[in-house]
Design a protein around this ligand. Sequence first.
Ligand code: SF4
Length: 179
Amino acid sequence: MKRINEIFYSIQGEGFFAGTPAVFVRFSGCNLQCTYCDTDHAAYVQMEDAQILQALEQFPARHLVLTGGEPSLQLDTSFVDELRSRGYFVQVETNGTLSLPPEVSWVTCSPKDSLLPERADELKIVYTGQDLSPYEHFPCQYRSLQPCSCANTDEVIQYVLEHPQWCLSVQWHKYLQIP
Ligand code: SF4
């Protein structure tokens, strides 16, 4: 059984895959309590793996975003293997504090408190003026900075212009008012 907050079909609005049609599975529960967390993931229904797989089949996309909350609290190798065998590209959005099954296709990590993750194909950081030097040499394919609740967008644009190893991530879904 997994605790699922919601399953929905939309466009990935942020990071490396922004613009990609994707099925989102939001897992309930997180091991952190960030003050700026704007994700409602407390409510949930219990679902068997087979029920989740059946729910996914109603959507045409094969890009899957497992998000939360913190999906690593509930993910296991057999579930990820089953998703991959059905042709899904499995992107996981994580805070990076816990291990993930190595079979996932892509790890998007938003690390907290300068903690470096075990693996991240992509670092996506909410910028609040913190020191980003711990991440400068972390081996990943893409680095982006995101304004905090859209309140410091100008500051992030200026930082990215001065440090071009970072890209700007703007949460397109909020501008487009889609889920
Ligand atoms: S790690 Fe993410 S989901 Fe968890 S409390 Fe922080 S912002 Fe919210």
